[in-house]
Design a protein around this ligand. Structure first.
Ligand code: FES
Length: 231
């Protein structure tokens, strides 16, 4: 465009309509422009030449994401300029390796703390794969999360073996004691609480994992004792 470049156009469009959904089509994909576009919360990035099938896939994915209301999103905590640069370095390290998506997602989660849509789009753009593929993997594996976590993350197993031994009561004790819902985070961001289907330690039921430590055979009545070490 003679008056402004595509990035400037997106900035102005986003300012006028914060809810606008943008797919970038470009004949000049560069690392810099991709980074800038991702910062502007685009849905996807389509370098030319592309096939009609790819265009349809990207458009269908954009419509699906919009329907599910997961884009656009506000500024993501922990996803700073510095973290974005570190994530680029991770992507560069894995770019040409087969099966690179899962290790990239693992490192991204360590960097940001979770995998919100903007991070998923950053990874998809960097690895040049559809956002739908990244989203599919993040949704499939329970060790990936799209929600922010507290400094200490509590996971209570609600699988059958744990459920019959009082896991629901454990969840309630944590929820009441810390004043947070399942999936939530305390106001001081110290704890977050989630439930999982099975932690693979059914012989120790009921099981709670706090950060990386597994606690088995929990007496539901004494649930909150598990938090004493964090006082
Ligand atoms: S059911 Fe809880 S660890 Fe398997």
């Amino acid at each position: 465009m003679p008056e402004m470049d595509g990035i400037e156009f997106m900035k102005q469009a986003r300012q006028k309509n914060p809810d606008i959904n943008i797919i970038v089509i470009t004949g000049y994909p560069s690392q810099e422009s991709i980074k800038e576009a991702l910062r502007l919360r685009i849905i996807d990035y389509l370098p030319k030449p592309f096939s009609p099938t790819h265009l349809l896939e990207v458009t269908a994915n954009a419509i699906e994401l919009k329907k599910r209301g997961i884009i656009p999103e506000p500024q993501v905590e922990n996803y700073t300029e510095e973290v974005a640069v570190k994530l680029d370095a991770v992507i560069d390290r894995y770019r040409h390796k087969p099966g690179s998506l899962i290790p990239v997602l693992q490192e991204a989660q360590e960097l940001v703390g979770y995998l919100p849509p903007v991070v998923q789009r950053h990874i998809a753009g960097g690895l040049k794969i559809p956002v739908s593929e990244v989203h599919g993997v993040v949704s499939f594996y329970s060790f990936f999360t799209m929600k922010p976590k507290g400094k200490h993350n509590i996971r209570v197993c609600l699988g059958t073996a744990c459920y019959v031994k009082g896991a629901e009561e454990i969840v309630k004790k944590f929820s009441d004691g810390l004043k947070l819902e399942v999936g939530g985070i305390t106001s001081d961001k110290k704890f977050s609480l989630e439930t999982v289907r099975c932690l693979g330690a059914c012989g120790l039921a009921p099981v709670v994992v706090i950060d990386k430590d597994t606690h088995g055979s929990i007496n539901p009545v004494k649930t909150l004792d598990l938090l004493k070490e964090f006082e």
